[in-house]
Design a protein around this ligand. Sequence first.
Ligand code: SAM
Ligand code: 2KA
Ligand code: SF4
Ligand code: MG
Length: 239
Amino acid sequence: MTTLRIAEIFGPTIQGEGAVIGAPTVFVRAGGCDYRCSWCDSLHAVDSAYRDTWTAMTTEQVWAEVARLSGGVPLTVSLSGGNPAIQDFGPLIEMGKAQGYRFALETQGSVARGWFRELSPLILSPKPPSSGETVDWDRFADCIARARDAVTVIKIVVFDEADYLWAREVAARFPNLPIYLQPGNHTPPPPDAEDAAIDMDGIMARYEWLIGRALSDRWFTPTILPQLHVLVWGNKRGV
Ligand SMILES: C[S@@+](CC[C@H](N)C(=O)[O-])C[C@H]1O[C@@H](n2cnc3c(N)ncnc32)[C@H](O)[C@@H]1O
Ligand SMILES: Nc1nc2[nH]cc(C(=O)O)c2c(=O)[nH]1
Ligand code: SF4
Ligand SMILES: [Mg+2]
């Protein structure tokens, strides 16, 4: 029996980011991450100071909660974190797919798993210079290889010019994968806050800058989207 460290399970809500933006989904947020991005908006699922708020759940218990929240009606389950790839979500995916559910997964691409091939989609979010992290490109390529025929997309958070130029290099490196650009949110919520103040003007200014930056370069392949859930609910947790 597989036990999972879970920070939160919530929904249904809409997927607020990237390739399946706007689609109804239930989130399963895993506790624990091998990265420490300077601007992480989910520190409550990363920092070990919050470890005592995470719950050890069996795959069956996680599945029961997803089924309860969705009323047993199949939808796409979004696995996020933390880095969900450091745990074994294979059995949960198998259980849910047998009931007609689909599974999307958000990960930075530092840990590859055989069960990536069961995802639709696998969302890889390599971390740009502003994060303070460094991508291991061999491991990243291994994630793509393990996904085999599963739809795989790249989503890059952009805060500034250096991040933008880096995103262009990543796109050139993986010309066959769809690229999504997402303006960074400079005001990660304090992990304890129910709902935190947000710099909406800053987010919108960066979004407008990012659109202009790509279009003035005649870089027409990326899809450029803000975090829709942040526009609707700010930094509120559990939406
Ligand atoms: C919290 S992460 C969890 C999954 C995985 N660790 C990862 O980073 O892909 C989910 C998504 O939020 C993005 N993200 C995290 N902090 C952000 C911020 N301050 N502004 C915009 N996007 C952010 C990440 O890049 C990732 O695409
Ligand atoms: N609505 C909503 N959409 C999201 N897309 C990615 C999220 C994440 O934190 O991984 C997220 C989230 O936390 N909420
Ligand atoms: S990899 Fe994802 S969850 Fe981990 S610190 Fe970075 S943004 Fe946060
Ligand atoms: Mg989030």
